[in-house]
Design a protein around this ligand. Structure first.
Ligand code: FES
Length: 645
């Protein structure tokens, strides 16, 4: 049998195949990723490629137009009916007759990496757990008296090498009419996320529409979700809702106390969060205009307390030493088990592993997204929420801890504080000469001193987390607040905006129907929160044996809104060159999307968390010392050489 040489680009894989082999067969033989949903029947066009004709000095090949057989009847029919892009051929039909260079376009690569234009220019690995497979099932007959599920499983084994298929009850009850109406040709969504492959759904004929997945970041305050196309990783819709558990307690520990004090309290909170998840999923499918059944997978990331409450596990043990979670392993569940009833009834749900009883699956998602293991020099990753989760690492080791910052950074427990919503002051500048403020509110692009602001801005209702942080930092820079955090009087500061309030003072940021003040109590609340954050970071640095970090990554939605300079003026983070402080946006959400799009990413983070050294702040006497020293702005003793004098 005559052999010919074939080279695949961009992978560069090459080898000899028998003349007459199809491009798809050659790709499989050489281990090249070439997609196929229909199994080589010439109907899905996922196997498209572009042949290279001409001289390829690099590959030592001369390719002539005769290297490929002309389109056969199947390929011609596809081209007539659906149309192939110019220069493209179907890999499952085109036969190789001579030495050939095959260019596999990105959309035909099965495990492709998709680059998304996002804040972080993220590269998404695509090897989702659930994928569509077109399959022709042997019709039921007196000669083939097996069950339909057995004949479907046999067809998947023969045509796709998928063995030992598990068929859930929901599918057993629905599959018979679908198979018959579709003349036994169906597209099966098969989950292969580990263990036995599982049938998720069946559609008649070749299904063209993509399968979808949900990536959910279940936070203590908000629940954010992305609806993602499992073929290319694209986000089809995003939405966020408030976590309804807030009514049981603002922060995590108060929710744990609620569970401890009230019989049935944990179950109540479980029901509330599951209902919110179902609502969020419905809102996302509505927004994207797709059927709930198209959503075949979900990935969830959350802190340990939310993790337990979402799973229906009493979080009591997480509230007391030794803070043991019921499980810290990654979980493969059905979505229905966690109340996600508004997506495909057989959909799977994957929950990332916890790092420790205090450091959650959300931190694991941040590690997946930020990959500290690949850093040459120590990078500090801070995810600020009600609890700060802090990771410090480089390619040699990775450490993690969590620190109880409380909700002040989110605008809670602040006198004029409110959530980030229209009407909230989000940016603040104070002129160091006049000590007069200007600000921006959510819902308006103008600064408050710009012409037209009064007409354009929504009514000002309060100040949000990023606003209060900037306000306190700006007050410090303008000399309205001293290093101990004390607000000066009007006489001391020369600003009539410093108003006496009992024995302390407050700064009037905005005078209007709802005045917005920064009180002494607000400054104290920010000092406590930032001291906890800084002390956690310093503790990790002690364990790592370094006095300086090379890079700081601010994760969390909130990280996107804090300027590095302001974070450092307050001493929220250790001293570092301001250009080396970067925002990673919602890194936990990005990590959730990565795990949704890739089984390899799931396996990677499962292995990686077992190697993370966990530091328990509650057990470390030095945490208290660091905490006290960090109360000053920016710090009592640690130098901040990168701050302007
Ligand atoms: Fe489906 Fe080629 S594999 S058209």
């Amino acid at each position: 049998n005559e052999q010919v040489t074939v080279v695949f680009t961009p992978s560069g894989k090459r080898g000899q195949v028998a003349r007459g082999t199809t491009v798809l067969q050659a790709a499989r033989a050489l281990g090249v990723d070439l997609d196929s949903v229909c199994g080589g029947r010439g109907i899905c066009s996922k196997c498209q490629f572009s042949p290279g004709i001409g001289q390829f000095a690099k590959h030592g090949l001369t390719v002539t137009a005769e290297a490929l057989a002309p389109p056969n009847a199947v390929e011609r029919r596809y081209d007539e009916k659906r149309g192939l892009p110019p220069g493209r051929r179907l890999g499952c039909q085109a036969q190789i007759l001579g030495d050939l260079v095959v260019d596999v376009p990105a959309e035909s690569q099965l495990h492709r990496q998709v680059v998304r234009k996002s804040a972080s220019e993220r590269v998404m690995e695509m090897d989702p757990a659930t994928r569509p497979f077109f399959v022709e099932v042997t019709p039921a007959s007196l000669e083939h008296p097996d069950g339909d599920a057995q004949r479907l499983a046999a067809a998947l084994a023969a045509q796709w090498g998928i063995r030992d298929l598990e068929v859930p009850l929901d599918l057993l009850s629905r599959m018979q009419p679908i198979l018959r109406a579709a003349d036994w040709k169906v597209t099966a969504a098969i989950w292969q996320g580990g263990g036995r492959p599982r049938l998720i759904d069946l559609w008649p004929g070749l299904r063209d529409a993509p399968l979808l997945g949900l990536a959910i970041d279940l936070g203590s305050t908000t629940i954010a979700g992305h609806l993602v196309d499992l073929a290319d990783g694209r986000v089809r819709a995003s939405a966020g809702v408030m976590n309804p558990q807030i009514r049981f307690g603002e922060d995590l520990m108060s929710r744990v106390s609620y569970a401890m004090m009230n019989p049935g309290g944990a179950a109540e909170m479980t029901a509330a969060v599951r209902a919110a998840l179902a609502d969020l999923a419905r809102a996302l499918t509505d927004a994207a205009g797709c059927a709930p059944r198209d959503v075949v997978e979900a990935v969830l990331v959350c802190n340990p307390v939310m993790h337990h409450l979402m799973l229906g596990i009493d979080p009591v043990e997480l509230g007391q030493a030794p803070f043991a979670p019921a499980t810290s392993a990654a979980l493969d569940l059905t979505a229905a088990e966690i109340g996600l009833s508004t997506i495909n009834p057989a959909a799977r749900a994957y929950v990332l592993p916890l790092i420790a009883g205090h450091v959650g699956a959300d931190a694991a998602a941040v590690v997946l997204s930020e990959a500290p293991r690949t850093a040459k020099a120590p990078v500090l990753i801070v995810d600020v929420g009600t609890n700060a989760e802090i990771v410090l690492g480089d390619r040699t080791r990775v450490l993690a801890c969590s620190s109880p910052t409380g909700p002040a950074f989110e605008g809670a427990q602040i006198s004029s504080g409110q959530r980030a919503a229209a009407g909230a002051i989000e940016r603040v500048r104070i002129d160091p000469a006049t000590r007069e403020p200007r600000f921006r509110v959510i819902g308006c692009d103008l600064w408050s001193d710009a012409p037209g602001f009064a007409e354009a801005a929504p009514p000002i209702t309060g100040i949000c987390g990023s606003g209060i942080i900037e306000a306190v930092a700006e007050m410090r820079l303008a000399g309205l607040v001293d290093a101990s955090g004390l607000i000066g009087s009007a006489e001391q500061t020369g600003s009539a905006r410093c108003i006496a309030q009992g024995r302390t003072h407050a700064y009037l940021l905005h005078d209007g129907p709802t005045p917005v003040m920064v009180t002494q109590g607000d400054i104290r609340a920010i000092q406590l929160a930032k001291s906890a954050l800084y002390a956690g970071a310093r503790l990790l640095m002690d364990h790592f044996g370094i006095a300086q970090v090379d890079r700081v990554v601010l994760a969390g939605a909130f990280g996107a809104h804090i300027s590095p300079l302001h974070a450092m003026v307050l001493g929220m983070i250790p001293d570092c060159a301001t250009e080396a402080v970067v925002s990673a946006g919602n890194a936990a959400g990005t990590g959730a999307r990565m795990a949704l799009c890739s089984v390899a990413a799931r396996r990677r983070i499962e292995t990686e968390v077992t190697g993370i050294e966990r530091i328990e702040t509650a057990l470390e006497p030095r945490f208290q010392e660091h905490f006290v020293a960090a109360n000053a702005l920016p710090h009592a003793t640690d130098p901040f050489p990168h701050l302007p004098p």
